[in-house]
Design a protein around this ligand. Structure first.
Ligand SMILES: Cc1cc2nc3c(=O)[nH]c(=O)nc-3n(C[C@H](O)[C@H](O)[C@H](O)COP(=O)(O)OP(=O)(O)OC[C@H]3O[C@@H](n4cnc5c(N)ncnc54)[C@H](O)[C@@H]3O)c2cc1C
Length: 449
């Protein structure tokens, strides 16, 4: 996700912030019970770390052959490239800050105002961009007010169109508004037509401050948390059966037993019913799980033999933006010290990009249009597959009107089974820091039993 594609004054800054900033020290006495955590992503690592520190016998069952889940740092080229999450969103009192410090992880803020907007021959100056953004923001403010007490939930596409009709937009604004719209889609992983007008203005919270790209790779935080944790890889969980005295977790090859189980798989995986619960989950819970929206986000990253671009952080080709297969071209050279560029896409565009077997010529032709030079053959390309990977089936949740009650229900424990993961966090769903806090929340819940 890319939070500030459309300028620092993002609408979400309007929202209040309240969060725990420290790694919570858990207070109860050591209590040597066996806990199985399903999934070694951020939520699983967080809950495992907390409970291990409190003396629990913790084991993680992970379907993949690596840790991280939707955090996936690839080091094939000798330097870290994050193909999943890469930014800590909001660097003012982000709950991840203490762990970042604890494990000596380095990060660098991305400057999304340092963006080149290309529109054929005409230049989009920062002034033009800012003026246009002020108008777009004013429209969003109007829509926010309109949705406050509305009974009917309309999608953001319709709400914008209704409001556009009431305005006389200049040609340049028409173009730039598409760019701002794409920014919202890029952040939320879904088309405006799928986004609840109420949900995007009134549900969820953002942390203030800039976005920090984790230079050493996002997984370095996980390795810190998981240092002393027993992880069984290649263990795709297929059923969770609880009885009066234990919980049995069945994978494709083994059966494990524990006093408590914490499920941290993405909600998209639970929506496919790929884990059988015995007894079955209560109806309210499975209904809530089925209704949580889940978006898509893809990255297409290219390493070139040399740099042929300028030093700006990002580039956008405004011409034909409506039909483009990506929203933003990111310059990763300042973070990797290598000639690396990345195309970022969301929603249906992301799904199409991830399926495309012939993306390279499209990327090269786009780069030619943007930089107007001969483009050398890349040394390496990375194409993500989050939308089809059975252990993610998409990227992250996004808000709907009823999100708060859905998330609350989803996060409720069911007997000896507990639920963590980004999609279970009422305020910070979709984010790595939400996943992290959800792990702490469930650890505290178990400690307080
Ligand atoms: C392309 C992309 C970019 C993103 N960018 C950002 C960003 O910049 N900043 C940000 O804050 N967030 C970002 N996110 C979202 C962020 O990655 C997630 O919110 C966060 O990593 C979720 O952590 P989690 O522990 O809840 O879930 P996951 O990381 O998905 O962990 C769940 C684990 O469960 C495992 N699993 C699944 N099914 C089974 C099974 N049946 N049996 C056993 N194990 C199973 C999975 O393999 C996985 O390891 C991005 C996501 C994507 C996909």
């Amino acid at each position: 996700m890319n939070r500030k594609l459309f300028l620092k004054t993002s609408l979400f800054y309007l929202l209040n912030l309240s969060c725990s900033t420290n790694v919570t020290r858990l207070s109860k006495n050591t209590y040597n019970k066996k806990v199985i955590v399903i999934g070694a992503g951020m939520a699983g690592s967080s809950v495992a770390y907390q409970l291990k520190n409190e003396g629990y016998d913790v084991q993680i069952l992970e379907a993949r052959t690596r840790v991280g889940g939707r955090i996936y740092t690839n080091r094939e080229r000798g330097y870290p490239i994050d193909l999943g999450a890469s930014w800590m969103h909001g660097n003012k009192q982000n709950p991840l800050e203490p762990v970042i410090k604890q494990f000596g992880v380095k990060s660098k803020e991305t400057d999304y105002e340092n963006v080149v907007l290309l529109d054929g021959d005409s230049e989009i100056t920062p002034e033009i961009l800012f003026n246009s953004y002020q108008k777009f923001q004013a429209l969003l403010d109007k829509i926010k007010a309109q949705t406050e007490n509305s009974i009917k939930d309309q999608n953001l596409r319709d709400l914008l169109d209704i409001n556009y009709k009431k305005e006389t937009l200049e040609e340049i604004d028409k173009k730039l508004f598409i760019y701002f719209e794409r920014g919202i889609e890029n952040e939320l992983g879904a088309e405006l037509s799928k986004l609840s007008g109420y949900g995007i203005f009134h549900i969820g919270e953002k942390i203030e401050g800039g976005d920090e790209l984790i230079l050493s790779g996002f997984d370095t935080i996980l390795y810190g948390l998981l240092k002393n944790i027993n992880i069984n890889f290649n263990q795709k969980v297929i059923s969770v059966r609880q009885s009066a005295d234990s919980v049995k977790v069945e994978t494709q090859t083994n059966v494990f037993s524990a006093d408590f189980v914490i499920i941290t798989v993405p909600v998209s995986v639970l929506q496919k019913n790929s884990i059988v619960f015995d007894p079955p989950l209560p109806l309210e819970k499975s209904n809530a799980i089925s209704k949580i929206p889940f978006g898509f986000y893809s990255k297409y990253i290219l390493e070139f033999p040399e740099k042929f671009w300028t030093d700006e952080d990002a580039y956008v080709q405004l011409k034909g933006m409506k039909n483009q297969w990506y929203e933003l071209l990111l310059n990763l050279e300042p973070y990797t010290n290598k000639p690396v560029l990345g195309f970022l896409s969301s929603g249906e565009r992301a799904k199409a990009v991830e399926k495309d077997k012939n993306l390279l010529p499209k990327a090269i032709s786009e780069l030619k249009k943007i930089f107007d030079v001969n483009i050398p053959s890349p040394l390496k390309t990375f194409q993500t597959d989050w939308s089809v990977d059975p252990f993610s089936l998409g990227a992250y949740t996004y808000p709907s009107r009823e999100m708060e009650s859905l998330v609350k229900e989803y996060a409720q424990p069911y007997g000896k089974i507990f639920f963590a993961g980004e999609g279970t966090h009422e305020k910070y769903f979709s984010y790595v820091h939400g996943a992290y806090l959800s792990g702490i929340r469930e650890a505290e819940r178990i400690l307080n039993l």
